[in-house]
Design a protein around this ligand. Structure first.
Ligand SMILES: O=c1[nH]cnc2c1ncn2[C@@H]1O[C@H](COP(=O)(O)OP(=O)(O)O)[C@@H](O)[C@H]1O
Ligand SMILES: [Ca+2]
Length: 406
């Protein structure tokens, strides 16, 4: 498989190339069963020579909404959504490689919040879908992922894609993930002080690509954007009485609506008579955020990669370009939150939660984690056309554990 054997491939469309120059291509399929949606990531790797590590060649990505947890009482229907996505992999992976291509599904906060019984019923149905597929189904192929792994694997993905896990002069970056039901912060501490001041269960050592890293990581369950909405409304873990109304100064005054989350129906609305706007909203949000999160001193001055709902809300309000992403300061979220909350009628075309979401993001960053107003956030959805998701890091681990690579 020297370069000499491949010189002619440029002259042929890939499907009629006379010899299989891609003989060393292999695949990995990773499902992300998130609280708001289920996604399939089909990664392609190429082993260019036996002495080098395989290279990541590309990704096929597709997603469906809602997530598995919305099917808590219909596990078969939930598994059906996984099957639909898996059919894409049948198309994408050449038949002779099906048997060698591993498929795994990891669920995050949505399933963590369900009862053990309901979560297991869903996972069992998914496992059956996998068993009936032509792919390789490893042990533990279906399960709920530990929150600390979620942060670490996303950190691996971002730092791998930006080239920080190989070569000289490595400058790793921290990552911030804001999901629907939980949120993660992960970084590589540089100061001895940080290690001393950090609770033990926030530190995890692991090995990747022949280096050992000791990372600061934590997943805050219930602090995802959608779970936070309920907490701010005061509706979290409430026995919702029929017709009960939850009001907030973060919502448009005249609003009255319904919202389904985690299989429960909530009625919510604005402060018809009382105050609305950024100031009262921020105070309301602070009641939920303040004093709940660990604040490592070290992060105040460093910059972070941020994705998921940080990205979505920044793009929704034109703080960044939806395709390109961009760099923001923490204060940009606050400026935008003020603009939206103090002109709620003007923004009524967008989600009624826009003011609450931006205010929550501001409070989470500043009062939760303790970032400065001028802390830089690099908002990214993709690096080199690969999604910034924990799924790539998880696939590296999977391939490593199967002895296929790394
Ligand atoms: O592969 C991905 N690429 C880009 N964004 C993603 C991907 N997977 C999830 N997201 C983002 O994650 C957020 C939803 O979080 P999710 O449903 O994963 O909740 P959870 O992490 O609390 O379980 C949304 O902002 C969604 O756009
Ligand atoms: Ca997620």
């Amino acid at each position: 498989h020297s370069n000499r054997a491949m010189w002619f491939q440029d002259f042929f469309p890939p499907n009629v190339c006379p010899i299989d120059v891609k003989a060393n291509t292999f695949y990995g399929i990773m499902f992300d069963a998130g609280s708001t949606g289920t996604r399939i990531h089909i990664y392609t790797f190429v082993q260019k020579s036996p002495e080098n590590l395989p290279e990541l060649e590309g990704e096929i990505f597709e997603s469906v909404k809602p997530g598995l947890s919305a099917y808590a009482d219909q596990p078969e229907k939930g598994a059906e959504t996984v099957k639909k996505l898996l059919d894409m992999a049948i198309e994408a992976v050449p038949p002779h490689l099906w048997k060698k291509t591993p498929v795994v599904l990891k669920a995050t906060a949505g399933l963590r919040l369900l009862s053990e019984e309901k979560a297991q019923a869903l996972l069992l149905e998914v496992k059956e879908v996998f068993e009936e597929s032509p792919f390789l189904v490893p042990e533990d192929s279906v399960g709920i992922m530990d929150g600390s792994h979620e942060g670490i694997l996303a950190w691996i993905t971002v730092n791998f894609l930006t080239g920080q896990l190989s070569g000289q002069n490595r400058q790793t970056v921290g990552t911030l993930d804001l999901g629907g039901a939980s949120t993660q912060i992960t970084f590589l501490p540089r100061f001895e002080e940080t290690l001393k001041e950090t609770p033990g269960d926030f530190l995890t050592s692991f090995e990747m690509f022949n280096s050992t890293y000791k990372l600061y990581t934590h997943s805050y369950l219930g602090f995802g954007l959608k779970a936070a909405r309920l907490a701010i409304l005061g509706a979290l873990n409430m026995e919702v009485v029929d017709g009960q109304m939850f009001r907030s100064s973060c919502l448009p005054k005249q609003l009255e609506a319904e919202w389904h989350f985690g299989g429960v129906k909530y009625r919510y609305g604005g402060n018809k008579e009382g105050e609305t706007g950024f100031k009262p909203c921020y105070l309301e949000v602070l009641k939920f955020v303040k004093g709940k999160l660990h604040q490592p001193d070290e992060i105040r001055g460093s910059s972070f990669y941020a994705f998921s709902y940080y990205y979505d809300r920044a793009a929704d309000t034109n703080l960044i370009d939806y395709e390109q992403g961009g760099v923001l300061e923490v204060r940009d979220f606050e400026i935008k939150a003020k603009e939206v909350c103090d002109n709620m009628e003007r923004y009524k075309s967008a989600s009624p939660f826009l003011c609450m979401d931006l205010t929550y993001i501001t409070a989470l960053l500043k009062e939760g984690f303790g970032f400065r107003d001028n802390t830089l956030l690099q908002l990214t959805k993709k690096v080199n056309n690969i999604e910034t998701s924990w799924t790539l890091g998880a696939t590296f681990y999977l391939l490593q554990s199967l002895g296929m690579t790394y």
